[in-house]
Write a protein that binds this ligand. Sequence first.
Ligand code: SF4
Ligand code: MG
Length: 325
Amino acid sequence: GEPVLSVRDLRVEYHTDAGAVRAVNGVSFDLMPGEKLGLVGESGSGKSTIALALMRMIKEPGRIAGGQILLHGRDILRLPEKEMRQVRAAEISMIPQGAMNSLNPVARIEDQIVDTLEDHSPKRVAKKELLEKAHAALESVGLRREVGRMYPHQLSGGMKQRVCIAIAVAMEPKVLIADEPTSALDVVVQRQVMGTLLRLQEELGVAVVLIGHDMGLMAQSVDRLAVMYAGKLAEVSPIREIFDDPLHPYTDLLIDSLPKLERRGTFRGIPGLPPSLHSLPPGCLFHPRCPKAMDICAEQVPPYREHRPNRFVACHLHEEGHATA
Ligand code: SF4
Ligand code: MG
């Protein structure tokens, strides 16, 4: 089949006092209808920037510097903002990082869902109908419709996160981007909320980009995993294969460090630090930390390509001539 979303050579820059940095540096991937793609990487590797770029919500001093984001074959980077407003929420929708803390504290839950529906509907819809939809959205995430009359402070963290999911799927989008949707919750609630998200995902047949740090959670949740490093994709592979036989040394280290991933926000157990975007190393961005680095790695950027069917990697180990390394 055809991908619902194709990202091609996406580049996002931020302008800072110390010069421009590439937060996303030539990222390409496809998302199939109904597919669940995980996106992992250390803090600052560009995950949330990709999420915002896919929604065309990069703010100054950032900008999309190049590439294409094809939604059903149509490049949304070329749409007038007015059309993009309709695409947002209706076709591609996001649960932003920290979403539950950005609910409006002085608006009732149902009004916040109605606002989203109203903002993104192509034509005017009666308030009563919008309220009905809002209540259905609440019920779809396991909340009673009475929750609609409440304010955010009256809800637990798990309930607030469910509300954010309800808002994101209220328009029945084809693509949902979930940026660390459960990271602020304790483990038990995390499981429940993720369960709800995955059930809805299946019911709606929506394709999901699930962003996170937790390799264990990814293993249980996604079909394919994309590993980011310093603004680039290191590897994209089906979840089973990536755990059984990681192609990129960085993926290998992430999997090895799995039991040590209790502390949020960073991958412990991988020696060294990711490079500053202000002074990227030449060649492979991972070479200063890579246990398998070769001479060529400090000199030449490894091409990102499909090494085997459905297994994408950027690493000289998998280029011709290094097949036995
Ligand atoms: Fe390691 Fe070289 Fe592969 Fe980079 S290209 S991950 S440095 S082996
Ligand atoms: Mg982030």
